[in-house]
Design a binder for this molecule. Structure first.
Ligand SMILES: [Zn+2]
Ligand SMILES: [Zn+2]
Length: 341
């Protein structure tokens, strides 16, 4: 079958690979949509995220959806042709964290599309039945694929525990930052400020309901000078910058909360000790997501969040190389790039 194959940084091609076969308790999925994620770009730029290193012939893709095309689905009410969403995380189910109900913290989880595990930028993929979510009628494959980044944003907000009236700041108006914005509007945030260096992404944030947008931290701080707290109650950091966490702590008010979601380029990030100490900040790191798929599905089904609103490009999978280059260079107003068969 055809698939995207990556052999290292800046090296991805549309190629032929062996078609997977569904093992017992697995279903075969005919992939209908993939979306490119910031984490895929780390594989593109650096060939790795920490210890997850792109080896030879690695197929990326973890934000995806498709139709059941065989395997053990029929026995569980999933007939061939049924459109499903797939959680790319496959926790072991047996470790301390899995038993605690914190499957997203499972240290031995298999993650589809993180090396060495092949992802879904292919015609077919086999996945465990336990990672498949049936969808209500009316869902598109692209909406279903975008449940994954929506879930990541939802988990970040779960950690933030927004109270009504919260002043929220979001660093980074990429897909996660924009989904945080869209969800926060439903979750009691009173002011939502978005800090983002790229003008076209600031514009999108404004269209999607940001109260204010700023090109940098200084611009935000100038806007809140003279207010009682001079900062944000909660800051969600969703950038790829190693300085993102430091910037987030500069934006937070004394006694505020910072949620770190972004994956920093180079796998290191900076914080200023005196600043975070004197502000007595609560800093939480967001890892993947809890059991949020059912809620994410309901949000989309009810039309509360238009997940496709951030999709800027749709390309055939055969143009995977162009898709990566487009997003990596921030060309042509790219925010979310989707690959279809
Ligand atoms: Zn992702
Ligand atoms: Zn586990």
């Amino acid at each position: 079958m055809s698939a995207a194959v990556m052999n290292g940084a800046r090296d991805v091609e549309f190629s032929r690979v062996i078609r997977p076969v569904a093992a017992p308790h697995e279903v075969l999925i005919r992939v209908r949509a993939n979306s490119l994620c910031g984490s895929d770009l780390h594989y593109w730029h650096e060939g790795r995220i920490g210890s997850a290193v792109v080896g030879t012939a690695f197929t990326p893709g973890h934000e995806f959806a498709g139709e059941i095309a065989g395997g053990s689905g029929a026995a569980h009410g999933l007939a061939d042709g049924t459109l499903v969403a797939i959680d790319p995380a496959q926790p072991c189910g047996e470790c301390y964290w899995c038993h605690q109900g914190n499957q997203h913290l499972c240290p031995t989880m298999v993650f589809v599309g993180a090396p060495p595990h092949a992802g879904a930028m292919a015609e077919y993929i086999a996945v465990p039945l336990s990672s498949v979510f049936a969808l209500p009628p009316g869902f598109t494959a692209v909406q279903a694929a975008l449940l994954e980044p929506l879930g990541v944003a939802m988990h970040a907000l779960d950690l933030a525990r927004l109270r009504p009236g919260t002043h929220l700041a979001i660093l980074g108006a990429g897909p996660i930052g924009l989904y945080v914005l869209m969800l926060a509007r439903q979750s009691g945030a009173l002011n939502i400020s978005v800090i983002e260096p790229l003008a076209y992404r600031r514009d999108r944030a404004a269209e999607l309901g940001a109260t204010s947008t700023h090109g940098d931290v200084a611009g935000y701080l100038a806007s809140v000078r003279g207010t009682p707290t001079g900062g944000a109650d909660v800051v969600i950091e969703a950038t790829t910058s190693p300085h993102g966490p430091r910037h987030a702590s500069e934006v937070a008010r004394i006694g505020g909360k910072v949620i770190l979601v972004g994956i920093p380029d180079g796998d290191e990030f900076s914080l200023t000790g005196s600043l975070v100490r004197r502000k007595a900040l609560t800093i939480k790191l967001s890892r993947r997501m809890g059991h949020v798929y059912p809620r994410a599905i309901e949000y989309v089904q009810r039309g509360l969040v238009d997940v496709e609103a951030i999709v800027t490009h749709r390309l055939p999978l055969s143009q995977v190389r162009s898709a990566f280059a487009l997003l990596a260079e921030y060309n042509d107003g790219a925010i979310k790039v989707v690959l279809e068969p």
